[in-house]
Design a protein around this ligand. Structure first.
Ligand SMILES: [Fe+2]
Length: 194
């Protein structure tokens, strides 16, 4: 059943809050019989009751509709699970730490899927004192260039914007394990584990 809220959810939430059907009913201004109907799948709360019902159960409407109490698990806290979005119109580069709907220049952008570099997008990393000199062996003409190089670890993102007719290289502090990401305006996103 694809109801926006299930009887089971209401029942479980009510019981976990040690409320009787009558107590819950009184909080939202319905009869205990109505609550009983919802819980046994014989009826659904009117959409206008979702907010008071959620409030009476001490959760958000979204939690009520999802049937779970959402705790801040910080699931998006690991940057390694983040995504890059690159606008094909203006070249905007957006990084999100979790799933997102991203739009730019009127287009909804899909998350870029990073590939292992091919021969035309090879990368070298040289140690220079406490930094690393990262070079992408790639042309930097106006029509075909590397637009950025980024280093992503679980808790840090360093992103360097590159421009056509500049150099396809940068210095980065590669602290910890992570991934080097770099984007070609024609061939998409590449990544290398470091
Ligand atoms: Fe390319």
């Amino acid at each position: 059943m694809n109801a926006y809220v299930t009887g089971n959810t209401i029942k479980q939430l009510r019981e976990s809050r040690h409320l009787t059907q009558l107590q819950l009913a009184e909080r939202i201004g319905v009869s205990s019989k109505t609550v009983s109907k919802w819980e046994t799948g014989k009826g659904l709360p009117d959409i206008s009751l979702l907010q008071p019902l959620a409030q009476a159960l001490g959760i958000s409407v979204i939690e009520l509709m999802n049937g779970e109490h959402i705790t801040n698990r910080n699931v998006s806290g690991n940057l390694l699970r983040g995504q890059f979005y690159i606008c094909p119109v203006c070249g905007n580069i957006i990084h999100s730490t979790g799933s997102a709907v991203v739009s730019c220049c009127g287009i909804t952008l899909p998350p870029q899927e990073a590939e292992m570099p091919d021969a035309a997008h090879g990368l070298t990393v040289e140690n220079v004192e406490d930094e690393h000199f990262v070079t992408v062996r790639h042309e930097m003409s106006k029509g075909h260039f590397i637009s950025f190089i980024a280093f992503v670890t679980s808790d840090r993102l360093q992103l360097v914007k590159l421009y056509p007719e500049g150099d396809a290289q940068t210095r980065l502090q590669l602290r910890g394990r992570g991934y080097l990401y770099y984007g070609c305006n024609r061939h998409g996103l590449f990544k290398v584990k470091v």
